[in-house]
Design a protein around this ligand. Structure first.
Ligand code: CP3
Length: 344
């Protein structure tokens, strides 16, 4: 394996002692950056994803302009259902939009487990180009949505406050629901293995809507499938699992073979350490809205967050994606506060 010049992120994933924690931001390659907005005016969303030159340019932007310690490939979790023959559009002002959501056992049968090299080759090309452009400066993170989070969009057909139709499908037609979850899981495993082959340095599974489920339902409809992904990948590459609102599952997640767990801002650093028996690298959990605070307050809160998690076995991040209305200098203040951190 080639040496990465700034390997803080990879060392934190191994639990090694570091001078300071690494920092990156979920959804860092996007909407708060003026240069991204310029590209967005010219090319629609999936064109940006499917054109390696554009995906590379956007992926590298936060490295050059904000100075994060890791890059995350510009793409979307919903390229996976697209590859499964489920139509997904990105409607300006609305977000993800699926004209034919999955609502029956027959719809599930019609979803295919694709050849990922054929259907998602453009992602692999973007990774290869990005790796070249990064020239081993910082590691590159590949990602996928969790099967449950992908299922939510496939069945609901769009974003939702409660994903009621997705849950209804699970509870009224569990056999078909599990069949779809398994198809998504099989596709995701193949997809992520392909990313490893072309050179990503770590992968993150985003379970953005895991916290919509009760702890019991979470086991059956979400965790079971994430564990399959971890089992399939963990010997090849560090895996990070981020479950928004899933603090109740942290203990079990910490025993799954992952390298790190993402935490959102509703769980205190102390509780996150307690639930995981202080045994694993944690990532998070700055409230993205807190980046709207005055800069001195951002700096103070960031240092406090590191003090509370501890500088080792820790990756500084937000507790969910960065918001479009965050001023770039506020994002930089967050990143620089981590980079200037001095252990007490
Ligand atoms: O750091 C990065 O930006 C990397 C690329 C990335 C995107 N989406 C680009 C994107 C990543 C890692 C994602 C993950 C993603 N996508 C998740 C999981 C993380 C999370 O935020 O919970 C989810 C749930 C999605 C689905 C999705 N894609 C939604 C709900 C939306 C619309 C609302 C929004 O956030 O803007 C998208 C569109 C999307 N994906 C945009 C970007 C930069 C904005 C739309 C655009 O640029 O046209």
């Amino acid at each position: 394996m080639t040496m990465i010049k700034n390997d803080l992120f990879l060392r934190a994933l191994k639990g090694e002692t570091v001078e300071r924690p690494p920092v990156w931001m979920m959804r860092q390659a996007g909407r708060y950056l003026p240069d991204f907005m310029k590209i967005k005016e010219k090319y629609d969303f999936f064109t940006r994803c499917r054109t390696p030159e554009l995906a590379t340019e956007i992926t590298v932007m936060p490295i050059r302009q904000v100075g994060t310690d890791a890059a995350i490939l510009f793409s979307d979790i919903l390229v996976v259902p697209q590859a499964m023959n489920i139509e997904v559009e990105m409607k300006p002002g609305v977000g993800p939009w699926l004209p034919n959501p999955i609502r029956s056992a027959q719809d599930v049968k019609d979803a295919v487990v694709p050849n990922v090299y054929e259907e998602l080759g453009y992602v692999y090309n973007a990774i290869k180009m990005t790796k070249k452009e990064l020239d081993n400066e910082v590691p590159l993170i590949g990602f996928a949505g969790s099967p449950w989070t992908i299922f939510c969009y496939c069945v609901q057909g769009q974003g939702s406050k409660n994903f009621d139709k997705a849950k209804q499908f699970c509870f009224s037609n569990p056999v078909a629901a599990h069949e779809l979850l398994q198809k998504i899981t099989d596709t995701t495993i193949a997809y992520l293995k392909g990313k490893v082959e072309v050179g990503v340095d770590a992968v993150q599974v985003f379970d953005s809507w895991g916290g919509m489920l009760s702890p019991e339902d979470y086991q059956h409809f979400s965790w079971k499938y994430i564990q399959q992904i971890i089992d399939a990948l963990k010997d090849d590459i560090p895996v990070i699992a981020f479950g928004k609102g899933c603090w109740f599952a942290l203990e079990q997640m910490s025993q799954s073979g992952v390298s790190a767990l993402g935490v959102d801002w509703t769980c205190s650093p102390e509780n996150a350490r307690k639930f995981t028996n202080n045994s694993i690298t944690l990532q998070g959990n700055f409230d993205p809205s807190r980046l709207l605070s005055p800069i001195p307050e951002i700096e103070r809160m960031t240092i406090e967050m590191i003090d509370r998690f501890g500088k080792d076995k820790y990756i500084a991040n937000l507790g969910h994606g960065i918001l479009p209305n965050i001023p770039v200098d506020h994002a930089k203040a967050f990143v620089n506060a981590v980079k200037n951190y001095k252990a007490k």
